[in-house]
Design a protein around this ligand. Structure first.
Ligand SMILES: [Zn+2]
Length: 146
């Protein structure tokens, strides 16, 4: 290698070019380098925009949205509660509560100040189990990419 240093520049360049040409015999590796890398997963999560069919306003936090009973489209959680308040004729000390798994209920609070002590007087199944809430799957997929 030391020898090379003392060669005239011209020769050195020639040698370089020559080496490049001979490398045609084993081009596979070099070509790979110039190939486009595989598509990068999108880092920024862009949640699809959904409009609440109950109030007509956009749903900002889809994670807290719930599927509409008829259409399956996302609606505001609060909008469902408001809807149920009107749909169910609540008696005194009764409230609409969410009990999980897409189900609401009418709860009777004997002492309204005590939120832990209540009786469920009526179950209100809301989200249908077999229903295809595709927007939820979309969100789950997006979330799993984080
Ligand atoms: Zn709404």
């Amino acid at each position: 290698m030391k020898k090379r240093k003392f060669r005239p520049k011209k020769n050195y360049e020639k040698e370089k070019t020559f080496n490049g040409n001979t490398s045609n015999n084993e081009p596979a590796q070099q070509i790979k380098i110039h190939k486009k890398p595989p598509e990068q997963p999108v880092e920024k999560i862009i949640y699809p925009k959904f409009i609440c069919s109950k109030c007509g306003k956009p749903i900002e936090e889809l994670n807290s949205a719930i599927g509409d009973k008829e259409t399956g489209n996302p609606v505001h959680f609060e909008c469902v509660i408001e809807f149920l308040k009107k749909a169910e004729s609540l008696k005194e000390k009764e409230e609409i509560i969410y009990i999980g798994n897409g189900n609401f209920a009418i709860a009777f609070f004997e002492v309204p100040q005590n939120r832990k002590n209540f009786k469920i007087t009526k179950l209100i199944p809301w989200e249908e189990k077999g229903k295809d809430y595709s927007w939820k799957a979309d969100i789950a997929n997006l979330a799993s990419k984080v």
